[in-house]
Design a protein around this ligand. Structure first.
Ligand code: GDP
Ligand code: IMO
Ligand code: MG
Length: 426
């Protein structure tokens, strides 16, 4: 019996690698696109035909040719933010309700989760994670402590269930001495409207839906959010998000057996960024870092926060490739490096005791990157249409990365637009 294939696309660094753009580019090759984890902490940007869109909870396959898009059980969904996002898309001529399905097992982010997020961050003092403030941690905590409210709950006695959960959260907040509820009533009102609005969509048993789709020989692309270094198990803990962002997350977040997974596309920037607190070995604090931020427009798609910038870290990437079983790399934002005399890549770490390692250690807070330098190509690549046009210096940078990481780069992105994409090695 012919079954369809499942490919996974995910970030290999600290998020914002350019996942949204590539999901959109690859969508025509699939029948269904599904998000498997994260929530409105994500901001996935797509640009085409002079328009720019930022998606948070809705899969990035929504713009191409009437494909089915699924929000899986592993996602945490905020009804008010979802409503805002969906209405904006509908206004811009992209109706969704027919082709966006929501798993009944996805958990809801309540307004009180957002207050708890703020309160828990404040309690951490200097140890703050720098969360997006969207209630992600508290919602996943309720899920794993078996206290969560799910999309399926909307269908029965919802008001009662909501009141009980809210009450429990308010007690927690009171025990923390938290009193800042500014704007809460307004948020709650919109949130409850969001619950009603969600009823326009199909709530599905997405694990069955997806496995039926595969049985019918159709293909699925799983869209990761965040990045491997933000994974709750393998990232730079505790400065991480609260879900499994890695390829295994696609199995638990959608109900797919691991034997169904085919390609794992690992998305990386040609350099590296991070938003929020926590270790980042190759971070640059000088004008080079600022130049990367300016040229790459490195400001958060969700929070507008400045992203921290640095050189590409091949030790960190090698680790991410291992954890995810990456079969193909996709290199984004190569054009951002178009105007540098020298480009660097981290090829080893020096540990505090002076030892040199090529393996990501337990703690990366005190490691010093060892760099290999490359001559910059000083060429505007943004209008290129084939890899033959790439300057020699860029080809050398790419070849070095592929050799070091023992993984081919199948796509090179040279600008934010859908069209600024060059496929190779196929
Ligand atoms: P995501 O969260 O992984 O989907 O990435 P974000 O959308 O948060 O951040 C990526 C940013 O880079 C967005 O503003 C994109 O429009 C932009 N972008 C994507 N690919 C490229 C590229 O190849 N070159 C440039 N200059 N910008 C890009
Ligand atoms: P996309 O999908 C970059 C970061 C936050 C913070 C940490 C925990 O657009 O790549 P959370 O709100 O999840 O509890 O915050 O994770 N973070 C992201 N950084 N891109 C993202 O998503 C992120 N989602 C969360 O800045 O450091
Ligand atoms: Mg983003």
């Amino acid at each position: 019996m012919k079954t369809g294939k499942v490919d996974v696309l995910l970030g290999l660094q600290w998020g914002d690698e350019g996942k949204g753009k590539i999901v959109d580019v690859l969508t025509p090759r699939y029948d269904v696109i599904a998000r498997f984890q994260g929530g409105p902490n994500a901001g996935h940007t797509l640009e085409f035909e002079g328009q720019k869109y930022v998606l948070r909870s809705i899969p990035s396959g929504i713009f191409q040719g009437g494909k089915v898009n699924i929000i899986g059980n592993g996602v945490v969904l905020a009804p008010d933010l979802f409503m805002g996002e969906a209405k904006d898309l509908e206004k811009s001529g992209h109706p969704l309700s027919e082709r966006l399905y929501i798993s009944k097992k996805a958990h809801l982010i309540m307004p009180t989760h957002r207050v708890l997020d703020r309160a828990l961050e404040a309690a951490k003092g200097d140890g703050k994670v720098g969360t997006t403030g969207k209630g992600i941690g508290p919602a996943y905590t309720d899920k794993t402590s078996r206290n969560g409210l799910r999309v399926g709950d909307i269908l029965e006695n919802f008001e009662e269930k909501y009141a009980q959960h809210k009450e429990r959260h308010l007690k927690m907040l009171a025990s923390m001495g938290w009193t800042d509820f500014d704007g809460f009533e307004e948020v709650e009102k919109t949130w409850l409207e969001g619950i009603e609005y969600m009823k326009n969509f199909r709530f599905v048993d997405s694990e069955h839906e997806i496995n039926h789709i595969l049985r019918d020989g159709k293909n699925l692309l799983c869209e990761g959010a965040q990045g491997t270094m933000l994974d709750v198990d393998f990232g730079s803990y505790p400065f991480v998000t609260s879900s499994n962002t890695i390829s295994a997350g696609a199995c638990t977040g959608l109900g797919i057996g691991p034997n169904k997974i085919g390609n794992v596309y690992g998305i990386m920037k040609a350099y590296c960024t991070r938003v929020g607190f926590g270790p980042f070995p190759t971070e640059l604090f000088d004008e080079t870092g600022e130049k990367l931020r300016d040229l790459g427009h490195e400001y958060g798609a969700v929070t507008g926060r400045e992203r921290r910038c640095g050189w590409v870290d091949l030790i960190q990437l090698r680790y991410s490739i291992m954890i995810n079983g990456v079969t193909e790399l996709i290199m984004m934002k190569s054009d951002v490096l178009d105007d540098f005399d020298t480009i660097k890549a981290c090829v080893a770490y020096e540990l505090p005791d002076g030892t040199i390692t090529e393996e990501l250690p337990y703690e990366i807070i005190d490691v010093k990157p060892v760099y290999k330098e490359f001559k910059g190509w000083k060429t505007d690549m943004t209008g290129f249409t084939s890899e033959e046009q790439f300057p020699q210096e860029f080809k050398e940078y790419v070849a070095f990365i592929e050799n070091f990481l023992e993984t081919k780069i199948g796509v090179i992105s040279i600008g934010p637009d859908r069209a600024q994409t060059i496929e190779r090695n196929r």
